[in-house]
Design a protein around this ligand. Structure first.
Ligand SMILES: [Fe+2]
Ligand SMILES: [Fe+2]
Length: 302
């Protein structure tokens, strides 16, 4: 089976030529102090749903960074272009962690214990990878393999959410605050810019045979179950802290997210594409969408 790798820029071997990553690391520094309490469609349910997602990011994206760093010195990844892509990926994810951490602190100031949700995410990742590592050790799986496999699956998850956000104006309309709009759309652009990096690292290290396939598929099943349960629990906790855990206050959010044409429901076919043996993130062409959004957000140089 031929591996589909991400398109590489023309790299001349001429002396002095600099190999560059295919996407930049943008330094962002949002101010969240003025963000209103119910910034998502003026609705508590939608706002808490998105805040629950945001609570997963600081430790989640740190896990992606750590897992990729742990393998990047493998000789199979010595190619300078691959190294640049990895560095840019790490740079983007570190910036996402930083900005979501700052937003989460602003949400905390409204009296929601988002800090605790972040800590719970960190503990969940640590415990899950440790338990899976112990269970699979006798079969020759290392902790590095488990971390990278989990990252590979979760990166498809984040790229899928992000692509839906970029292409669906009904979802974009929920952002009633400019800062939150820019935070989420910037993050969505970058998730799609770097969506193939970890997959390519994974395929370079572990190949595209049956073992590599079963590992990434098992990781995806586990990741989807854990994220659904954890994110729903976080949303419910935030709603409860807000004394709004009632059918009246949650039904709009449930329909918006999980209705027949809901934000999450619409992602199912693209999420399931990961289960195809010959899947590659670039099967979903988001180049035109990215060009459009980079212009819209004023990311002129890249
Ligand atoms: Fe990210
Ligand atoms: Fe990512």
């Amino acid at each position: 089976m031929n591996a589909k790798v991400s398109p590489q820029p023309n790299i001349s071997a001429a002396q002095g030529d600099v190999v560059k990553a295919s996407f930049p690391v943008r330094r962002m520094d949002f101010e969240f102090q003025q963000v209103p309490r119910y910034w998502a469609d003026h609705d508590a349910g939608l706002t808490h749903f998105m805040t629950a997602l945001s609570a997963l990011f600081p430790d989640g994206e740190k896990f992606f960074v750590d897992s990729t760093r742990a393998v990047r010195n493998d000789p199979k990844l010595a190619d300078p272009y691959m190294q640049k892509e990895i560095s840019a990926f790490i740079g983007q994810e570190a910036m996402h962690s930083k900005e979501h951490l700052a937003f989460n602190a602003a949400a905390q100031a409204y009296g929601y214990d988002v800090r605790r949700l972040e800590n719970m995410t960190g503990a969940l990742i640590k415990n899950t990878t440790r338990v899976v590592g112990k269970l699979l050790k006798p079969f020759g799986f290392t902790q590095e393999m488990i971390g990278l496999t989990g990252t590979c699956a979760l990166e498809h998850f984040t790229a899928t959410i992000a692509a839906e956000l970029l292409r669906n104006p009904e979802v974009q309309a929920m952002f009633k605050d400019q800062t939150m709009y820019r935070l989420w759309m910037w993050h969505a652009v970058e998730e799609n810019e770097h969506k193939a990096v970890v997959f390519d690292v994974y395929a370079t290290l572990y190949g595209r045979g049956p073992k590599a396939y079963s590992m990434r598929v098992a990781a995806m099943v586990l990741a989807m179950v854990f994220i659904f349960i954890t994110q729903s629990y976080f949303t419910a906790r935030l709603m409860k802290q807000d004394k709004k855990l009632t059918w009246k206050d949650t039904r709009y959010m449930i329909k918006f997210m999980y209705g027949r044409k809901g934000f999450m429901t619409r992602q199912i076919p693209e999420l399931l594409a990961f289960f195809r043996p010959n899947f590659h993130p670039n099967d979903f062409d988001t180049d035109a969408l990215l060009a459009q959004w980079k212009q819209k957000l004023g990311f002129v140089s890249a």
